[in-house]
Design a protein around this ligand. Structure first.
Ligand SMILES: Cc1cc2nc3c(=O)[nH]c(=O)nc-3n(C[C@H](O)[C@H](O)[C@H](O)COP(=O)(O)OP(=O)(O)OC[C@H]3O[C@@H](n4cnc5c(N)ncnc54)[C@H](O)[C@@H]3O)c2cc1C
Length: 374
């Protein structure tokens, strides 16, 4: 909330004019740095946009609002094409790790800017958006490494690591999101937008054509009806804002959180675990109900928690396509065998926005004023 308060006055024209500059880790005043909080919905897209519109005219803050909505768009896009996620998961499990891959991950490629971004990513859990684009472009087209392994490297280290924004941005750079359009980093662009911090020379000047056919979009499924009466609330790292969930006629009797998704950098696990604990504390301040962090994300600990509290229904904020949703897909049938149902609660924001992500962002962008009511 402090980061949001500090940034809101800067969300207008100043943001749109300066946002593309990567001044380095010591000066991030031209961007919001809100992504780790937005990614876990500790603050929601709607809340951030409402705060910005309270201080700026829509026309002045439009660029910032569009950037916030890119996250919503990517989530909706992936939600309609879950096979892109499962294909990517298979690829990262099976693709060989070459010596070139090891050198890239260690920041030992000899390309100054790339190696510096590798160190920055590992040390801070963050890279500027433009640096992410340059990094991904160098990874794919100069170093000749598979985009999937680069996306996985980012997901491992980014505090804001997001299944949709990360996977689909890497695909966008690789030329798989927009037909025939790859993103090729240019030396003069890096020089200009790093304010002369880097002046690279040796990298690719052409990008091979992307090799994937169109991916068919499935419709967004209707949200299930909300249960009523006594329920347990399960938090996942996908949505840590239980106080703004529409709970209708439900009565929460107990709250639990699934531990952070495993196998990421220690700093990411620490941040995500702290975010989960903070959501449990916030919730405990609002509701006088027991709130616990489960020891493991397996069926046994979830069922043990449910049985201790005699739960027949567990609700959870809808987890979009990604590791948390994969976990819930394993847990739900195991709960059902124990006569407990798991009901996802989808936010009105997602239900309204996601169906518009069937095409490119430009079509989605036109729907933004309607979504935010301006
Ligand atoms: C290869 C690549 C990988 C990326 N991986 C991730 C990721 O794992 N997680 C993630 O949150 N973002 C990812 N992004 C998007 C973007 O780089 C970050 O959201 C942004 O840099 C976060 O910094 P900020 O909060 O200061 O952004 P600001 O410029 O202040 O933007 C405000 C908010 O808008 C959203 N946003 C801005 N740009 C984008 C974008 N291009 N796509 C989606 N949302 C955006 C974020 O929530 C951000 O906090 C990736 C971009 C690229 C090119």
């Amino acid at each position: 909330m402090a980061a949001l308060d500090a940034f809101v006055p800067r969300a207008g024209r100043r943001y749109s004019e300066h946002r593309n500059f990567d001044y380095g880790p010591d000066d991030r005043t031209n961007i919001s740095m809100l992504s780790p909080y937005l990614r876990h919905r500790m603050i929601t897209e709607q809340e951030v946009i409402a705060r910005v519109l309270a201080q700026h005219r829509f026309g002045d803050a439009e660029k910032f609002i569009q950037e916030v909505c890119w996250r919503t768009y990517w989530k909706g896009w992936l939600e309609m094409r879950p096979s892109v996620w499962t294909g990517y998961q298979t690829d990262i499990a099976t693709l060989p790790r070459s010596a070139g891959y090891d050198a890239a991950c260690a920041g030992r490629t000899g390309i100054d800017c790339f190696d510096a971004w590798t160190v920055e990513l590992k040390q801070t859990g963050y890279l500027h958006n433009h640096a992410r684009m340059w990094f991904a472009s160098l990874w794919i087209f100069t170093l000749g490494l598979p985009w999937q392994l680069g996306a996985d490297f980012f997901f491992h280290h980014l505090l804001d690591g997001d299944p949709a924004s990360n996977t689909l941005s890497w695909r966008w750079v690789a030329g798989l999101q927009t037909a025939g359009k790859t993103y090729l980093a240019q030396a003069d662009n890096i020089f200009k937008f790093t304010n002369g911090r880097f002046d690279p020379t040796a990298f690719a000047h052409s990008a091979g054509p992307p090799s994937e056919g169109p991916v068919a979009a499935l419709p967004i499924k209707a949200a299930p009806p909300l249960p009523t009466g006594a329920v347990g609330l399960l938090l996942t790292e996908e949505d840590l804002n239980p106080e703004s969930l529409d709970l209708g006629g439900m009565h929460i009797t107990t709250v639990a959180a699934l531990p952070a998704v495993a196998n990421r950098a220690a700093a990411v696990t620490r941040f995500t675990t702290a975010a989960l604990r903070e959501a449990l504390l916030r919730n405990a301040a609002l509701l006088p109900t027991p709130a616990v962090m489960l020891d493991t994300a397996d069926c046994d600990s979830l069922i043990a928690w449910a049985q201790t509290h005699q739960l027949k229904v567990i609700v959870t904020a809808y987890a979009p396509v990604g590791p948390a949703s994969d976990r819930l897909a394993i847990l739900a049938p195991a709960l059902a065998l124990a006569d407990i149902i798991l009901v996802p609660i989808r936010r009105a924001w997602d239900s309204a926005a996601w169906p518009h992500a069937s095409k490119g962002f430009f079509a989605f962008k036109d729907k933004i004023p309607g979504l935010i009511g301006v």
